[in-house]
Design a protein around this ligand. Structure first.
Ligand code: ARG
Length: 588
């Protein structure tokens, strides 16, 4: 469906042309003075110079034409030459009727679907998910859903960190504790046990213990490095142990992500890229891109236009070891081979920006991607506590994601059960949904690149710019619709009439913004646009609701129309929150 602003602009452009002015002066925007008008065109001011005529005269000419158009209820020329407009109720109602009949709620899907890989989540095996991974998962999931909604083929990849020293550390610690295990017996040729020699909670304790030991004990560190090398060289027992670590971790990660309503299409990992490295390095050397510098193998990636220094990309360290960069380059090869994506989008902490600049430049320069392949990094800021420092537990430790979520759920449960009798089981379920909305909306309503303060009290409030407020609004609409049904009404389509009040029109004019907002959210990969849209929409709805007796309405046709406007509001809100990655309960 055409966007409302485009329809209006078209009318105004036609009018400019009719009056003998260039059509392009008729471009129209949303008014920044909603007290005066809904839409506004400033083209007469610009046209004045070209036509050497007072702007107000041009505006008057155009307004005379516009006054005849059924699209507008009011049009006026205002000094020094603004054109102020209000659209007619019929036009608004007709637009809503068309939206209602459209399964995509007026959003036009792309006619040139791209294959887009989204690399997000990025957890590391055997390390518990902590709040640092929360943003990647939340923002990535939303960006994935937005791209998909616009009609693209999107593949979400968790890109598990499973290949660094952390694996050697775990293997070493297991070896110290259980040296008798067959994994460490080089002469062992039988089948290794099916069962892992540790549980997830043991694993989560093993890693930090090993990591701490390696910092104090040089010999231990040496052992871990050696174990890492053995694993990477494919030593059988080490590989089998690594497989156990992976299985145990992945099962746990899947459980955690599912609590977050985050779902990956692919569970690829850093190790999957390793087989590509030798050939990649050879090709980079052969083609003259990679050269040795102080023993390391590097590729220059600086460009003349750089304002700051972009250091070369290190492909291999002087000891021949591959790095994070090497893995990311090789992963691009893997992705191009398997999916030939048109675009790859990465989500990671914004402090990784330099890393991605280097990787992208190196990939382009060395021809790992096509010229037209998009490579985009979305860097996000830090989630801080109220003290302005990275969010920690009360005792100052790293907050585990699980604990963060259960704290929020407890708080929600308390709020939900505080004022009224509810079935505790249902309240638990509701608390989970509302808690998730608090966390996700609290995050997504900020521009991703900014740091933000994770404020449990504010995020869980039912008032203000919060997830629970949005859900509360949806639940309120559902409850009105249910009461209407219970009284014998049926919620249908096709009966929306012109708005009966200012507040109803304001609500309608918020609803119609959905398609243009979605285009922007997609273009800018910006979930926060959806948040501010639904906040405005929820406010407009609540204002209308407080002013209008909907269920007690006397005029049945009017009531039917209102019910349909409500149902459309609900659909737009529910579609929007689904794009943010959460959902509304039936009641709360
Ligand atoms: N595992 C990494 C980390 O914890 C994030 C991975 C981001 N993705 C990537 N392709 N480098 O920092």
């Amino acid at each position: 469906m055409k966007k409302v602003l485009d329809l209006i602009s078209q009318e105004v452009m036609d009018a400019f042309e009719n009056c003998g002015y260039e059509a392009s002066y008729g471009k129209t925007g949303i008014s920044n003075r909603p007290d005066l008008c809904e839409y506004q065109c400033n083209g007469a001011l610009a046209a004045a110079k070209k036509y050497k005529k007072a702007p107000i005269m041009i505006a008057n000419d155009v307004v005379a034409v516009l006054k005849e158009k059924p699209v507008f209820a009011e049009v006026s020329a205002v000094n020094p030459g603004f054109i102020n407009m209000k659209v007619s109720g019929e036009f608004t109602a007709e637009y809503l009727l068309a939206m209602q009949a459209d399964e995509n709620l007026s959003v036009e899907k792309t006619d040139a679907p791209k294959t887009i890989i989204i690399d997000y989540g990025g957890p590391n095996v055997a390390k518990p998910l902590h709040v640092g991974h929360l943003r990647s998962a939340i923002i990535g999931e939303s960006v994935k859903r937005i791209c998909r909604f616009m009609g693209h083929k999107v593949i979400g990849d968790v890109h598990l960190g499973d290949w660094g020293l952390q694996m050697g550390l775990i293997i070493t610690e297991v070896k110290h504790r259980q040296p008798e295990l067959p994994y460490f017996d080089e002469s062992f040729t039988g089948a290794y046990p099916e069962e892992a020699p540790f549980t997830i909670s043991e694993l989560e304790e093993i890693y930090p213990t090993a990591s701490a030991k390696s910092k104090e004990d040089a010999a231990y560190k040496e052992e871990a490095l050696d174990a890492t090398a053995k694993l990477q060289n494919g030593v059988r027992g080490y590989h089998a142990l690594w497989q156990h670590i992976l299985n145990v971790s992945v099962a746990d990660l899947k459980r955690n992500y599912s609590n977050l309503n985050v779902e990956f299409d692919l569970w690829k990992k850093e190790s999957d890229a390793q087989p590509y490295i030798p050939d990649m390095v050879e090709a980079m050397k052969r083609d003259g891109y990679a050269y040795e510098d102080q023993g390391a193998l590097i590729v220059d990636v600086k460009e003349e236009s750089d304002a700051k220094e972009i250091p070369p990309c290190i492909i291999l360290k002087s000891d021949g070891a591959a790095l994070y960069t090497t893995t990311d380059l090789a992963t691009i090869i893997d992705r191009m081979k398997l999916f030939a994506p048109d675009e790859i989008i990465y989500l990671a902490d914004k402090r990784q920006e330099m890393h991605f600049t280097q990787v992208f430049r190196c990939a382009r320069k060395t021809g790992l991607v096509k010229d037209e392949t998009g490579l985009k990094f979305i860097g996000f800021g830090t989630m801080n506590g109220k003290d302005g420092k990275p969010f920690k537990t009360r005792s100052g430790g790293v907050m585990r994601l699980e604990h963060l979520l259960s704290d929020i759920n407890e708080e929600m449960f308390r709020k939900i059960t505080e004022n009224h009798e509810v079935d505790p089981e249902e309240a638990r379920e509701t608390a989970k949904l509302v808690g998730l909305s608090a966390v996700k909306y609290g995050d997504l309503s900020n521009q991703a690149s900014k740091d933000y303060v994770f404020d449990v009290e504010r995020f869980t409030s039912f008032e203000g710019n919060t997830g629970p407020y949005i859900l509360y609004t949806i639940v309120r609409i559902k409850s009105i619709l249910n009461k209407y049904r219970a009284a014998g009404g049926t919620v249908e389509q096709g009966h929306i009439v012109s708005p009966a009040s200012e507040s109803e029109k304001a609500l309608m004019l918020e609803i119609v913004k959905f398609n243009s907002m979605m285009e922007q959210a997609y273009e800018e990969k910006a979930p926060h646009k959806i948040c501010s849209f639904i906040y405005d929409l929820a406010n407009a709805f609540n204002h209308f609701y407080h002013e209008t007796k909907i269920l007690g309405a006397e005029d049945a046709a009017q009531q039917k129309s209102w019910i349909e406007v409500l149902d459309l509001t609900r659909r737009v809100l529910e579609t929007s929150i689904d794009l943010l990655g959460f959902e509304a309960p039936e009641r709360m």
